[in-house]
Design a protein around this ligand. Structure first.
Ligand SMILES: [Fe+2]
Ligand SMILES: [Fe+2]
Length: 222
């Protein structure tokens, strides 16, 4: 026992007993790429692993384009969806048990909580301490105002890595803006697309709304 909580696999312990069930049979090797593959295999979620690898590849490519550290983006991308192994029906309860602050809006659409849960799992299961990585994971679905370059790269890499049926012209435009060095414009195109569909969506997250307002203001004044 350490800090009143059970120890798992020698040096590797988790702070929150509530996450223990997701740890059974898993051991960190300190090679994150292998650990992520092991984690998703253990939870029989190869679909998310495949998506995760695509996001990591894209995030490293964009990091290199924008002079950001590709190793940091790779770690953030590999970890961004790890809470997908938690059933959606248990996400809200798990977040409450972990003491994660949850907005009222999020309580009505608990899937959105996965970004905060992934941050907590990155910290407590994968022992990530880098706040740049943790912060980017926490807002990878919604973004937020005053987002860092790392936040924006992870956010847009996630969006352009989804395989969606049909042609999505806005995604082509986003990719073009990213490659042309206009990351803020690319992010705004995505946020505008969500905003235009707001009447059909279960939730337009307040972080997304404030990120969009900030970027609109920024781009209008440059
Ligand atoms: Fe996600
Ligand atoms: Fe994702």
């Amino acid at each position: 026992m350490r800090n009143g909580l059970p120890e798992i696999e020698g040096e590797f312990s988790i702070r929150h007993a509530v996450l223990q069930s997701y740890m059974t049979g898993f051991t960190l090797t300190k090679n994150l790429s292998l650990d992520i593959a092991d984690f998703y295999s253990l939870h029989d979620d190869i679909r998310t692993l495949t998506h995760t690898r695509k996001v990591a590849e894209e995030a490293m490519r964009i990091a290199n384009l924008y002079g950001e550290n590709p190793a940091v983006l790779e770690q953030a991308a590999l970890l961004h969806d790890i809470s997908n192994v938690i059933p959606v029906t248990q996400m809200l309860q798990t977040a409450d048990e972990l003491g994660i602050p949850i907005l009222d809006d999020e309580r009505s659409y608990s899937r959105i909580i996965h970004q905060k849960l992934s941050k907590a799992m990155a910290e407590h299961i994968f022992l990530i301490k880098n706040s740049d990585i943790l912060n980017a994971i926490e807002c990878h679905t919604t973004l937020k105002a005053q987002a860092s370059l790392i936040d924006k790269i992870l956010f847009i890499s996630d969006k352009i890595s989804f395989d969606m049926p049909g042609e999505h012209l806005y995604l082509l435009e986003i990719r073009r803006c990213v490659d042309d060095g206009n990351l803020d414009k690319a992010v705004l195109i995505y946020l505008d697309t969500i905003w235009e569909q707001r009447s059909k969506l279960k939730l337009v997250h307040p972080w997304l709304v404030s990120a969009r307002e900030e970027l609109l203001h920024l781009i209008k004044n440059t």
